[in-house]
Design a protein around this ligand. Structure first.
Ligand code: GLU
Length: 514
């Protein structure tokens, strides 16, 4: 392969704060970083920015890690945790303090608030007014010794910052509008912009690819880099993700956490394909991209500036597509957690295998035997496969599976009024048909009870009537208890002779009483 196509020494990262679940925006940022790294034979790093001890929680960290893995977005290095790197930041903070590029500020909350109010009233930009910039060494020592409340501020140089964003082109900022920003609460508590700059340097990050909402941080970070004599990474700010109403995607749109999509039965390959189009446009009609094809095709030049609109119809379309693509083995395996969660079946563990749950995985070996919870009958993975297979074509989300196939696992079905009637059939007509069906099917030998034979025998009978539906509808409804289902032949084959006959009888008996 021609290596000259690759950018050299690409190292990118995502740097989530574990203060919330992995949401679609962050997952999209992770995806773009991942494919960019892989395309350029670089490294993708996961860094957890957990210096805000109050808001960071292990459950969020776990969620971020688990769901990135589920999506197949694997990192090469990390996860690094900023909370474990405090001495590194302290070293650089001390350096800036020593070189007088940063200083201690002792202004109280009240003073800062008064400053803000004043600036608001005279229409000045809101920024720190530099009051503590000129404190003498002695004064600082005295105040620190007296444990006066303080923070560390960066002495913002007065200059224009211009940087070239790989997506947006030239961006210009005036640093005088920023004021002396806080970079740490104290030596052991760095704040975001500072810790981020130090880590991007220490981790040799070549490209910072992140959401557009971070554009205001970039000039601050560039100036801190300059103060520390660090090289600047390249920047690419991804467009915001917008809801269908064109406002920033948020909880309001019910479309945030990746775990939520997973729980609803979207496949990881669907989400990856879907997220790729949230801002990236390959300039072709092609809609289907797997992770590996994205690695080949992705480029930052084809990322748009304008907001990327979230379209749930496309998500459903893609999910249906990927469900149809799956091997029946894999599809059944993916459906199983939903069937278990719904209480339809339970795996029979023969060894020390882990109990599955919706967010977990069934273990490396697929459990081969299950018990139907309601009837206590055993059912094999292969039989489940047959049942799931009936719905592969029409399934849009895995979570729909239980509702589709629950009738296979029930002891007794309930038939609501008129369900068994085709068009203008009377009660007596239905009863007669069910009698006829019982007669024909009980005469069919066990080894002939497969869908081909069932179809042959039953179609012969159905054709005798003015409308085939008069036989096929009551049969299908009697076996499934549903208005819509696969053909009665397919259902009868799976149910087997005994159950099929039982259901026909039960339908006739129950039908009389409704
Ligand atoms: N911790 C920041 C966030 O979660 C990281 C932003 C960045 O990529 O620099 O938004």
């Amino acid at each position: 392969m021609d290596d000259s196509k690759f950018l050299k020494d690409v190292r990118v990262r995502i740097a989530p704060s574990p203060t919330g679940f992995l949401h679609l925006g962050l997952a999209r940022t992770a995806l773009f970083n991942y494919v960019f790294a892989k395309k350029n034979k670089g490294k993708f790093i996961l860094r957890l920015e957990d210096t805000d001890q109050k808001r960071s929680e292990p459950k969020f960290e776990k969620d971020i890690i688990e769901n990135l893995k589920w999506l197949g977005i694997n990192w090469d290095l990390g996860p690094y945790r900023q909370s474990q790197r405090i001495p590194v930041y302290a070293r650089y903070l001390e350096k800036l303090l020593k070189e007088k590029k940063a200083y201690y500020c002792f202004c109280s909350q009240e003073e800062l608030e008064a400053m803000r109010q004043y600036q608001l009233s005279v229409g000045q930009p809101l920024r720190y007014n530099g009051k503590c910039r000129g404190l003498s060494e002695n004064e600082i020592k005295k105040r620190l010794a007296a444990s006066k409340q303080s923070i560390i501020r960066f002495k913002m140089p007065d200059k224009k910052i211009i940087f070239h964003d790989l997506i947006r082109g030239k961006l210009e900022f005036d640093s005088s509008l920023l004021g002396d920003i806080a970079i740490a609460k104290d030596l052991a508590t760095p704040l975001y912009n500072f810790a981020c700059v130090v880590d991007d340097f220490e981790m040799k990050i070549s490209h910072v690819i992140r959401g557009e909402d971070h554009i205001p941080n970039t000039p601050k970070q560039i100036l801190i880099q300059e103060a520390l004599n660090f090289p600047n990474p390249k920047y690419a700010h991804l467009p915001l993700i917008l809801g269908p109403d064109r406002t920033k995607l948020s909880k309001r749109h019910n479309a945030c956490a990746v775990a939520e999509y997973r729980k609803q039965g979207y496949l990881p390959e669907t989400l990856v394909n879907f997220m790729a189009f949230l801002g990236w446009n390959p300039d072709t009609e092609r809609e289907i991209f797997s992770l590996s094809s994205l690695i080949k095709e992705f480029s930052l030049e084809k990322v748009q500036k304008g907001g990327a609109i979230f379209n749930i119809k496309r998500l459903d379309y893609l999910n249906g597509f990927y469900i149809r693509q799956k091997s029946l083995d894999k599809l059944t395996e993916s459906c199983l957690p939903f069937l278990i969660e719904e209480g339809l079946v339970e795996p029979i563990f023969e060894s020390e295998e882990r109990m599955p749950n919706l967010t977990g995985y069934l273990g490396k070996e697929i459990v081969q035997k299950y018990v139907v919870k309601e009837t206590k009958e055993r059912i094999t993975f292969d039989s489940l496969k047959k049942i799931v297979g009936l719905y592969q074509e029409r399934l849009k989300k895995l979570s729909e599976i239980s509702e589709f196939i629950d009738f296979f696992f029930k002891e007794k079905l309930e038939y609501y009024k008129d369900l068994l009637k085709w068009k203008d059939m009377s009660n007596d007509d239905v009863k007669d048909v069910l009698d006829k069906l019982e007669e024909i099917l009980s005469g069919l030998e066990l080894d002939k009870f497969d869908k081909e034979n069932l179809e042959k025998v039953l179609m012969l009978e159905a054709e005798k009537r003015k409308d085939r539906g008069e036989l096929l509808w009551p049969l299908r409804a009697a076996l499934s208890g549903k208005k819509a289902s696969p053909s009665p032949f397919e259902i009868a084959e799976i149910l087997g002779k005994q159950k099929t006959l039982q259901r026909i009888k039960a339908a006739r008996e129950n039908y009389v009483t409704i």
